[in-house]
Ligand binder design. Sequence first.
Ligand SMILES: NC(=O)C1=CN([C@@H]2O[C@H](COP(=O)(O)OP(=O)(O)OC[C@H]3O[C@@H](n4cnc5c(N)ncnc54)[C@H](O)[C@@H]3O)[C@@H](O)[C@H]2O)[C@@H](O)CC1
Ligand SMILES: Nc1ncnc2c1ncn2[C@@H]1O[C@H](COP(=O)(O)OP(=O)(O)O)[C@@H](O)[C@H]1O
Ligand SMILES: [Mg+2]
Length: 282
Amino acid sequence: MKSSIPIDKAAILKRYKPIDAHTHKGIQGHALLVGGSYGKIGAMTLSSKACLKTGCGLVTVFIPRCGYEILQTANPEVMVLTDVQEKYISNIEFNFMPNAIGIGPGIGQELETQNALHEFLTNDKRLLVIDADALNILSQNAAWISLLPDKTILTPHPKELERLIGKWNSNTEKFEKTVAFSKLHHVIIVMKGAPTFIIDGETIYENSTGNAALATAGTGDVLTGMITSLLAQSYEPIDAAILGVYLHGLTADIALHKTGYQSFIASDVISNIGKAFLSLEK
Ligand SMILES: NC(=O)C1=CN([C@@H]2O[C@H](COP(=O)(O)OP(=O)(O)OC[C@H]3O[C@@H](n4cnc5c(N)ncnc54)[C@H](O)[C@@H]3O)[C@@H](O)[C@H]2O)[C@@H](O)CC1
Ligand SMILES: Nc1ncnc2c1ncn2[C@@H]1O[C@H](COP(=O)(O)OP(=O)(O)O)[C@@H](O)[C@H]1O
Ligand SMILES: [Mg+2]
């Protein structure tokens, strides 16, 4: 494997932008998160809360109708748009200009959802984070990958990565294939794992935070919300990916002495984002 660039606190401080005292919610970025399906609205609840807690001024979710009351109750700060369908997304429609869009947590793979993703990718060329079943839909419809805008951030876990790039026989081959995919499609790949690597063409970054406490449902959904938030706040895509992954891992390092590995859950990532940011200012 080609050597990687370590992402430690010094590397993060070169990319981190402290908040301007005169900022307001109108210029802190408006993120749109698209996802959820019947039984997996929680993925969007987690993702949208993490998005707000990472500093975005405004967050809107686009979810199936069945999630409306759940979202409004769980996260009153988040605005909610709903699909015409009750249980899944069939047509992605919104009437504002988001600064960044995150798509995929809990979205499922209904045929109508697949068509909605195709329609969306054909018509919308905004900054984008793609996760979970939206990645799986792309794996099944490989021709659609060419529709992704340059510097789209993909956040696969190992199984989702395998569906995208095919099986590998060694770690070296895994990196070679991922780098080749990133170069071919001009996308940034957050190769989630222990540790997480961020791949931008030939350049490979290795994250230094995080631990096995993160091996629990919904932590990836939270990461999608965090990276989308940073993207909406005008971080360059590579910086949003690197900073998001670093802060996400740091929450688990900060919480570990209180939660242990076993009792840490995705909501603990969210409740420690503030401490993770504060540790950058120390
Ligand atoms: N509360 C919720 O609503 C939740 C919704 N979720 C959503 O559920 C959907 C399905 O996601 P899944 O990721 O479970 O399904 P997938 O089928 O994509 O992934 C599960 C498979 O990947 C393997 N895998 C996962 N991480 C791995 C790793 N680090 N190394 C090796 N293999 C690994 C597992 O063993 C399993 O075979 C997604 O849309 C996701 O966003 C999940 O995030 C869980 C929480
Ligand atoms: N053993 C581990 N050590 C460090 N990080 C881990 C470990 N296991 C999982 N993670 C992190 O947790 C997250 C899991 O994401 P994902 O599998 O998409 O979860 P979900 O889909 O349930 O939200 C990733 O950021 C991954 O890097
Ligand atoms: Mg996931």
